[in-house]
Write a protein that binds this ligand. Structure first.
Ligand SMILES: *Cc1c(COP(=O)(O)O)cnc(C)c1O
Length: 486
C-alpha cells in the first residue's frame, strides 16, 4: 500500500543522520563563513521548476535542498548579523522543531502532553514577565500576532458595546489608541485589521531619547475625550525597534489607571531583558500591564516562529476569542477531554511551537539567557564607545538595550550624499560578507543600525565590523574626492 512513510527505513535513517551531521558542521563553521552571499542565477533558476508530478529519491531531494536553498540563507545565524531585530536560531531549537513535527500534535487543543507543555511554557514566560498567577497567555507565530491579540482584547473589553456581536458600527464614539511615533508597524496593521483604521492610532511625539513624551500623551487623551473619541488603550513600547528606547512604563501605567485606559506593552524587544538582573530595573512597570506581547524567537533565539501574548485578566482574553462550535464539544474522557487552546487566539490548527521554547529554557536555564542578553547590551555599549571615540563616526541615538544607530560622516557632505554614502557602506559590507547592518532614520537623520540580538556575537566581532565600516567609508569618501568635478 502506498503511504508517505519511507519505503526503506534504514535508508531514510542514513539520509536523516547525514542531514543532522551536516547541519551541525555548518553551524560550528558559521564564524568563518561570510554573513551572506548573493544567490547565483543558477540557484534562482533551480527554484523555477515545473510542478513535480513524479517522485524524486529523497537523497537527491535533500542534496538539492542543501545546494539549491540552504546554502544561501538570510544570514541571521551568523555572529555578525545585526539587521532589523531577530534571533540567531539554535541547534537545540532545530532539534525541538524536528521532534515537535514527529510528535505531530495539533495544538488547537486536545488531551495530550504537547498541550500541557505549552501551558508550562506560557507559565514560565508569565513568571519571566512578572505577571501574576492566573494571567492567561498563548503562543503565537510572533510578536505581530501577539500584539494583534492583545489589542483585540483591549478593544473588546474597553468598548461599551458587544463588538463581537454588533461590530464597530454600534460604537457611540470611535475608539482611539495611543503609541509613540516610534511604534512598530504591526500596530498600524492591527488597528487596520480591527476595523478602527490607522487614524485611530494616535502617534505621540518622542524626545531626543526616543521615549514617549508623557505631557503630550496626557494632552492627547484629554483632547480626544473632549473631541468625541473614546480613549481606549496606550501601547507602551519596551524596546523600540528603531533605537531600543523604553517608554516611561510606570508613568504610563499610572496614567492608564487614572484615566481608565487599557495598558498594553509591546515587549517584543525588551521584555525578556528582565532575565538580566543588571538590566531588569529598566523594565519596572511592565508587570503592571493589562497585556504584554513578547517574542521568544528574538532574545531566546528559538527558531522562527514563536511569539507570546500574556493577558492579566484571563476572562477578558477568553471573552474575545472563545467560541462554542458543536463539532468541538469537550468530552468527559479521551482525546477531546481538554480545554480548547484555539479559544485564546486566531488560529484553529496550531503547531507545537512550545517544545523548542521548553527544551531551550531547560537546557540553558534562564540565568544563561540573562547573561547573553546582558552581554549583547554590553556589546552595544562597546560599539557606541568605539563610535564616540572615532572622528568620522557619529552616534544618532542613546543606547538603552542592544541597538546602536550611527553613521559615517567624513564632513562636508549634504544630507542626501551622506545617506547615499552610508547606504553604500551597508550594502558593501553585506556583499563582501563581513557584517550585516541595516539602515534607518532617527528623528530625520539617516544612518546605520546594529541590533545585536545574537548569542554568537563576540566582542571581536564588534571591533571587526566597526573597523570595516570606517575602512569602507574612507575608501568611498576618498574615491569620491578623486572622482571630483571634471
Ligand atoms: C519584532 C517586533 C514586532 C513584531 O514581531 P514579529 O515577531 O516580527 O511578528 C513588534 N514590535 C516590536 C517592538 C518588535 O521589535
Amino acid at each position: 500500500m502506498e503511504t508517505l512513510d519511507p519505503p526503506d527505513w534504514d535508508s531514510f535513517a542514513r539520509i536523516a543522520h547525514d542531514a543532522v551531521d551536516r547541519a551541525i558542521a555548518r553551524t560550528a563553521a558559521l564564524p568563518g563563513r561570510p554573513v551572506w552571499r548573493p544567490i547565483p542565477q543558477a540557484v534562482r533558476d533551480g527554484l523555477r521548476q515545473p510542478l513535480p508530478v513524479d517522485p524524486t529519491p529523497l537523497d537527491r531531494v535533500v542534496e538539492d535542498a542543501w545546494g539549491g536553498v540552504l546554502d544561501y540563507p538570510m544570514g541571521n545565524t551568523h555572529p555578525r548579523f545585526w539587521m532589523w531585530y531577530m534571533g540567531a536560531s539554535s541547534l537545540t531549537g532545530a532539534l525541538a522543531d524536528f521532534l515537535a513535527a514527529v510528535d505531530g500534535s495539533n495544538l488547537g487543543g486536545g488531551n495530550h502532553a504537547a498541550a500541557e507543555c505549552e501551558g508550562q511554557v506560557i507559565d514560565w514566560l508569565r513568571q519571566i514577565a512578572g505577571f501574576p498567577e492566573g494571567a492567561s497567555g498563548t503562543l503565537t507565530s510572533g510578536g505581530s500576532v501577539a500584539n494583534l491579540i492583545g489589542l483585540t482584547v483591549a478593544r473588546n473589553r474597553m468598548a461599551r458595546v458587544d463588538l463581537r456581536e454588533e461590530g464597530l458600527a454600534a460604537l457611540p464614539r470611535p475608539l482611539r489608541v495611543y503609541a509613540s511615533d516610534q511604534v512598530h508597524g504591526c500596530h498600524q496593521k492591527a488597528v487596520e485589521l480591527l476595523g478602527m483604521g490607522n487614524r485611530a492610532l494616535r502617534r505621540i511625539p518622542t524626545g531626543p531619547d526616543c521615549r514617549m513624551d508623557m505631557a503630550a500623551l496626557t494632552r492627547a487623551i484629554d483632547e480626544d475625550r473632549a473631541g468625541g473619541w473614546q480613549p481606549t488603550c496606550v501601547i507602551a513600547t519596551a524596546g523600540t525597534v528603531n533605537t531600543g528606547a523604553i517608554d516611561p512604563l510606570p508613568a504610563i501605567a499610572d496614567l492608564c489607571r487614572d484615566r481608565g485606559l487599557w495598558f498594553h506593552v509591546d515587549g517584543c524587544i525588551g521584555a525578556l531583558t528582565r532575565l538580566s538582573p543588571r538590566h531588569a530595573p529598566l523594565l519596572d512597570g511592565m508587570d503592571r500591564a493589562d497585556s504584554l506581547a513578547l517574542d521568544p524567537h528574538k532574545s531566546l533565539h528559538v527558531p522562527f516562529e514563536a511569539g507570546c501574548i500574556l493577558v492579566r485578566d484571563a476572562q477578558a482574553h477568553l471573552d474575545s476569542f472563545a467560541l462554542h462550535s458543536p463539532y468541538l464539544d469537550p468530552a468527559l474522557r479521551g482525546i477531546a477531554a481538554a480545554e480548547w487552546l484555539l479559544d485564546w487566539g486566531i488560529q484553529t490548527t496550531r503547531g507545537f511551537r512550545a517544545l523548542k521554547v521548553w527544551m531551550m529554557l531547560r537546557e540553558h536555564g534562564t540565568a544563561r539567557f540573562g547573561r547573553i542578553i546582558g552581554r549583547n547590551i554590553d556589546q552595544a555599549r562597546r560599539m557606541a564607545a568605539g563610535i564616540d571615540a572615532h572622528p568620522r563616526l557619529v552616534r544618532l541615538s542613546p543606547v538603552t538595550l542592544d541597538i546602536v544607530c550611527f553613521r559615517y560622516d567624513p564632513g562636508g557632505l549634504d544630507a542626501a550624499a551622506l545617506t547615499a554614502l552610508n547606504a553604500e557602506i551597508m550594502m558593501r559590507l553585506q556583499e563582501t560578507g563581513i557584517a550585516a547592518f541595516s539602515d534607518t532614520t532617527v528623528h530625520g537623520q539617516h544612518g546605520l543600525r546594529a541590533a545585536i540580538c545574537n548569542h554568537r556575537t563576540t566582542d571581536e566581532d564588534i571591533d571587526t565590523a566597526l573597523a570595516a565600516v570606517v575602512r569602507t567609508g574612507d575608501d568611498l569618501a576618498l574615491a569620491a574626492t578623486h572622482a571630483g568635478p571634471a
